[in-house]
Design a protein around this ligand. Sequence first.
Ligand code: ADP
Ligand code: MG
Length: 581
Amino acid sequence: MTALAKIVHTNPEIEAEPDLTDGFHLVIDALKLNGIETIYGVPGIPITDLGRMAQAEGMRVISFRHEQHAGNAAAIAGFLTKKPGICLTVSAPGFLNGLTALANATTNCFPMILISGSSEREIVDLQQGDYEEMDQLAIAKPLCKAAFRVLHAADIGIGVARAIRAACSGRPGGVYLDLPAKLFSQVMDAEAGRNSLVKVIDPAPAQRPAPEAIARALEVLKSARRPLIVLGKGAAYAQADDAIRALVETSGIPYVPMSMAKGLLPDTHPLSAGAARSTALKDSDVVLLIGARLNWLLSHGKGKSWGEPGSTKFIQIDIEPREMDSNVEIVAPVVGDIGSCVQALLDGMGQGWQQAPSDWIETLKAKRDANIAKMAPKLMSNASPMTFHAALGALRTIVKERPDAILVNEGANTLDLARGIIDMYQPRKRLDVGTWGIMGIGMGFAVAAAVETGKPVLCVEGDSAFGFSGMEVETICRYGLPVCIVVFNNNGIYRGTDTDPTGRDPATTVFVPDSRYDRMMEAFGGTGYHVTNPDELTRAVNEAMNSGRPALINAVIDPAAGSESGNIGSLNPQSGIKKKK
Ligand code: ADP
Ligand code: MG
């Protein structure tokens, strides 16, 4: 049934004027016309009926318990599909709850649209105290890529089109769409309404690089003795998997994947230098960045993680021209979309391209093999309670056996160690805390990963990280999603062993000792497991993943095993006041 027919048949009062539509239906029709099939959100005033009607019109509407998680779901849906993920929230508080996810999406270059209902402009602008009064558009603006408000039903089509283009084109990001309550009930002629909708043609147009830029990049690459490719999550997002693989293999250049680019080529690929990352960064002379920014995660391209100042030349492929020279000089900027740029490099290399020098490949291979060998015994201990390494060793084998499962990962030690230990084999299978290192993405990402891909999801969560979105296990159970959560329970943040020096309260970093997170899952009808050694962990994860049903495994980790802030402890400021001896 069309939107129009529904109004006609359900409202006898307007039987006399059959050809009408309204704001609710125009929003739904505009999204559907643009191939958007799923909305993530939390219902409430004024968007409850929008969710109901969207569901009735055949859209998938996934309701969460908190907007931040709905927003995170929308953001990662955008990353996985290259279509903007939609998050729908109520006004002021709901909008603010969604805003963290919108800002995080923008920071990570994920296309997403936050649609929030809002109060009446006339009252908000005169600050007369409306229900949930807030100037949402003004607040959203600095935190996202673009923000729009639609006041007239006839503009909904254009508003949605602008939001989609802003989210997907160029560097993707978060967009805010403000829909005041009054808009939804505005009625207009149905045919005029249909004609007002816009199907966005080619929302992310190819941006082909300039031939000079490609020639310059190839010149620099040719001169390299120790070249390196760094693959970032932009490369994963671009879905140019075959071209990227061909570039690595044709050039014979070793590569280091950033966290969410793992699996773009399998981590076990002979040219993977992931396990020799420090040596690769420090000793390389030419680095080709593909969809990776030289931000804090790459030590800004300078300092002790890299060679002597000026000794590393950077070539950068990015769709955002202003990314060039953001931290250090880029000698060969290649501005364009990754698919086009990588293909142009490949074409330029032609047949007889001289592969990267074998002594450099051998150096990295030796380093990689040594690091892997050093790690191996730590991964094999079956002691109880488990170390992070032993528990991750078990999960590493499971991911190897189930390469199409999606791994969601957050925490401190749980994150840093899992990133290094768990090999990935397929593109876009590792979803994690991204550029901000944000905690709380876990359940939102897990829900969207399952909904968007239909694949099983394995969520590896620190106990603290899990707490940010833990209530969404109810959402996972409600929709019966194939999500297996493993909570690495070490009784606290970093470690579970801190104490309050005054003896009054628990330390700031500890939780209730020996908590049973598995029972949270049981409360909603999922399966809970409590495991204390890697063998039990392996059995539980396999059973859970074979079932295809929601499960949570409380994995007891030695409370003394973790280190402060995982791998990034050096970012903690030190007290300027010297302790008295
Ligand atoms: P990582 O954290 O994995 O290093 P970043 O998020 O820092 O990755 O970098 C991703 C980069 O990829 C951003 O600079 C973004 O502009 C770029 N990018 C995203 N999509 C594309 C695309 N399709 N083509 C080119 N560059 C892209
Ligand atoms: Mg912990």
